[in-house]
Design a protein around this ligand. Structure first.
Ligand code: PLP
Length: 457
């Protein structure tokens, strides 16, 4: 398919808003056909360093050869894929492996297809545990648990979306034990079936303290509330620990959810793993056992891929890789910050999930007016707060062949864990040369090239 055909298909059959948004970036003018390790390649054989890590999916990098080989082997052998009523050796091996690498208490696993489904499954198991006698779930004000109908309703960025209120939920302040206690007192523990939290919030790049997590665990034990940790993004060594909560002792959740790099960048597979006592009470009878099933639970090829993905992560010490890369990112950042002190920059994160905020990003009105027609100036208004970072990302892409992305106000650096020191250095050198141009010049370059896309917004 040619680029204009792909774009047309997005406009007509997929998501026209998404097409308009990505058209703001120069990478949308390329077709990517191949990928390997840290790099993605266009149909014209141009190579780009990918710093997005597929937003958490690509801890192993693109197309890890062992993952490809495992899938090919499975296909060549014409293995039986899936049948709900035939017990699967692949699912058996994967579930046992998960039990062996997690704290002993976490024992029973289920494998849906995404992070949101993993969280919905965890919520369902927790709700069922109390036989419908408790009906409130607590979540923090910095939560992202997915976009499905229950997970969306308990995710803070989606507060303005009109999700139906069938799941009673209440909010407490992230990492704030006083706020948590106040919320529990207000809604009464006899009504609260679960608390769900990201020990490291992947959308705000902030973490819960050990003292908060310890107290949270204690409260849940005492008040008989099921504790769910969402490590969909942060799992599988992304923060430098197999799971972020494993940085500490004595705070194991009742249910853990994960996904993303469990599929080795090739399989769409999620996971939730719970303590036996929860499974036994929620699904431990013949009648309920099939409520704990879906068509694709533990699909054969997905299961062998996940097993291989875990084997590689453990064998190649991905936790260490992530910690080392995180250290290198921070070291390079400190030099950059010294050089560009007037930009008031800061870095936040852990291991291979970091963001850089460029504090001083205000754009003078007179500058924009001098560059643009009245109509274009009005259009730019929507993008104003993001214009500087978008200009930086676009310059990094066109001039230095670096593919990175942002969350509002931040440059996100979330690379695969296989990133090398030289690649981190290359990125910071490129960022330094980019910032040297100065804010106004960068924006001018960006607007000159992309004004047509902005007019389409
Ligand atoms: C912490 C967290 N939970 C849940 C999800 C939802 O996962 P999915 O997009 O696979 O549904 C995400 C996705 O980014 C996430 O970061």
């Amino acid at each position: 398919m040619k680029l204009n055909q792909i774009k047309k298909a997005y406009k007509n059959y997929i998501n026209f808003g998404q097409e308009k948004y990505v058209s703001l970036f120069s990478f949308s003018k390329d077709i990517f056909t191949k990928s390997a390790g840290m790099y993605i390649f266009t149909d014209k054989k141009k190579k780009y360093l990918d710093l997005t890590g597929g937003m958490g999916v690509l801890n192993h990098g693109h197309n890890h050869p062992e993952i490809l080989f495992t899938r090919l082997k499975f296909q060549k052998a014409k293995n039986l894929e899936v049948h709900k009523n035939i017990l699967s050796p692949h699912l058996a091996k994967l579930s046992e492996k998960i039990y062996k690498i997690l704290p002993n208490e976490l024992k029973i696993s289920f494998f849906p297809n995404s992070g949101a489904e993993a969280n919905e499954g965890a919520i369902k198991a927790a709700y069922k545990f109390f036989e419908g006698k408790k009906d409130i779930i607590l979540h923090s004000d910095r939560s992202f648990h997915g976009k499905l109908i229950a997970t969306g309703a308990i995710s803070s960025p989606m507060k303005n979306v009109n999700y139906p209120k069938f799941l009673k939920n209440k909010t407490f302040k992230f990492n704030d034990i006083k706020s948590l206690k106040k919320t529990i007192n207000k809604y009464k523990s006899k009504n609260i079936f679960a608390i769900i939290i990201e020990p490291f919030s992947a959308s705000t790049f902030s973490s819960c303290s050990y003292s908060f997590l310890k107290e949270l665990r204690k409260i849940c034990n005492k008040q008989k509330i099921i504790l769910i940790y969402d490590e969909v993004y942060t799992g599988w060594c992304k923060t430098g620990y197999l799971f972020y909560f494993m940085k500490y002792s004595g705070i194991c959740p009742d249910i853990l959810t994960a996904s993303k790099s469990l599929g080795g960048g090739k399989a769409s597979i999620g996971m939730y793993t719970m303590k036996s006592k929860i499974f036994n009470k929620s699904y431990g009878n013949i009648g309920d056992s099939l409520l704990h099933s879906t068509t694709f639970n533990g699909f054969g090829e997905e299961a062998v891929t996940a097993l291989k993905a875990i084997e590689i992560m453990m064998r190649d010490k991905y936790d260490k890789k992530s910690k080392n890369a995180g250290r290198e990112i921070n070291k390079n950042f400190e030099d950059l910050k010294k050089k560009f002190y007037n930009y008031n920059m800061s870095i936040k994160g852990c291991g291979c999930i970091q963001n850089i905020t460029i504090g001083n990003n205000e754009i003078k009105d007179s500058f924009l007016r001098s560059l643009l027609s009245k109509k274009d100036y009005k259009k730019i208004g929507i993008l104003r707060a993001r214009l500087f970072e978008i200009s930086i990302l676009d310059y990094l892409y066109t001039k230095f062949s670096i593919f990175a992305f942002h969350s509002p106000g931040k440059l996100v650096i979330s690379p695969s864990l296989i990133i090398k020191k030289q690649e981190i250095k290359y990125f910071f050198k490129a960022l330094s040369e980019t910032l040297e141009l100065g804010r106004e010049k960068l924006i001018k370059i960006y607007l000159t090239k992309n004004i047509k896309s902005i007019r389409r917004l």
